[in-house]
Ligand binder design. Structure first.
Ligand code: KG4
Length: 357
């Protein structure tokens, strides 16, 4: 008799995306995400509005994910959910839903650390296009140990990944995240939100060496982006005194120079970490990994330093539940379940990427 398939429902609600995904025997069947346009008018995520939108979205998103997967709820083996870190009001919606659903179905719950999920997005497999096949060093599943540059609106970290459940943050931002810096600089230029894709598009038409902004001198593998943000703001203020239309006249060069500065800062530390630890398998994850300049820099490093690089499919770089479901599948195999009392957590201790109890 054939073994019963292992079917995991993943739920992600840590920031402003409500997402649900279904994975059967390690393969992704569906991944449904409802993004929240409501924040655009404010130039950033408004936590109270985010949690309200999650409440409206969670039931239809889960329903769609199950329907698209062709899976009935009583076929589920377990529910994996993002327990933290993230916005508390947002997390609570997903965590409470997961608990209620798991309890009503009498199935185990699996807590997932959001950052661990981002790193393990590299292991998402689609049946049609096996992402497990390495494409000349780009894409595919990295072998352990590997380094992962995790860059998003909330995180900028270098993670040493020794196993799916053994990760260590060896460097991280001491202030703003890279995506946050891009979004804020975009905001001061009066461009839209989120700024990342807009800066990326403009940068393609600009000169990356047109302007120079402050780069931090921080110890170890840590990052800092607040000085760059201030340098960008102060320079812009001076230039605007001479030419009130400065931004309009130079937005492509400003975007290209900003992008280059951020990519240089990110790659310098990553390169040093890879050299010190003698690791040649290097991955990138998180929303900022969609950036064209950063992707090019990865390819350039692969050529120059012999790195095997791993860049996930675009839809798995931003917040999504497929990465939560695949992490859940790894943990299910180890029967690593969590109790009903496990509360959401907004922050986590630095260092080891281990789950809080
Ligand atoms: O991982 P993510 O979806 O979630 C958060 O952590 O919020 O990352 C979102 C971040 C935002 O700061 C956004 O501006 C940035 O990723 N981003 C980009 C690009 N696409 C999204 N940054 C640079 N270039 C892009 N193409």
């Amino acid at each position: 008799m054939k073994d019963k398939p292992i079917i995991i429902l993943g739920i992600e609600s840590s920031c402003d995306d409500t997402s649900a995904a279904v994975i059967r025997d390690g393969y992704l069947l569906s991944n449904v995400t409802a993004s929240q346009a409501v924040h655009e008018a404010y130039g950033g995520v408004v936590p109270e509005l985010a949690s309200r939108a999650h409440q409206q979205n969670i039931v239809p998103v889960v329903d769609q994910a199950l329907k698209r997967a062709g899976v009935a709820k009583d076929e589920l083996s377990a529910i994996a959910f993002t327990r933290g870190p993230g916005l508390m009001g947002s997390l609570l919606v997903g965590v409470s839903f997961a608990k209620g659903f798991a309890a009503s179905l009498g199935i185990p719950m699996i807590e997932v650390n959001h950052l661990q999920g981002h790193v393990l997005a590299h292991f998402i497999k689609e049946k049609e296009t096996p992402s497990s096949l390495p494409l000349k060093g780009e894409g595919g599943q990295p072998p352990f140990p590997f380094l992962c540059l995790l860059v998003s609106g909330g995180n900028s970290q270098i993670v040493l990944v020794k196993a799916y459940n053994d990760m260590q943050i060896i460097g991280q931002t001491i202030d703003d995240a890279a995506g946050e810096a891009i979004d804020k600089c975009s905001k001061v230029m009066g461009l839209g939100y989120p700024g990342g894709p807009i800066i990326d598009r403009l940068a393609r038409q600009g000169n990356p060496d047109a302007y120079h902004f402050a780069k931090p001198a921080i110890e170890g593998y840590n990052y800092s982006f607040s000085g760059l943000k201030t340098s960008f703001l102060y320079n812009l203020r001076d230039w605007l005194k001479d030419d009130p239309d400065f931004i309009e006249h130079h937005k492509e060069d400003l975007a290209a120079s900003l992008e280059k500065t951020i990519v240089d800062i990110l790659m310098n530390k990553l390169r040093r970490a890879a050299k010190d630890l003698k690791i040649k398998h290097v991955a990138v994850a998180g929303g900022v990994s969609a950036n064209t300049g950063l992707r090019e820099a990865f390819k350039d490093h692969a050529r120059r330093y012999g790195w095997a690089i791993y860049i996930p499919k675009f839809s798995y770089t931003t917040d999504n539940a497929a990465m939560i479901a695949i992490t859940g599948a790894f943990k299910y195999a180890d029967k690593d379940f969590c109790p009903m009392e496990a509360p959401a957590y907004s922050r986590m201790d630095n260092g080891q990427l281990k789950i809080e109890n």
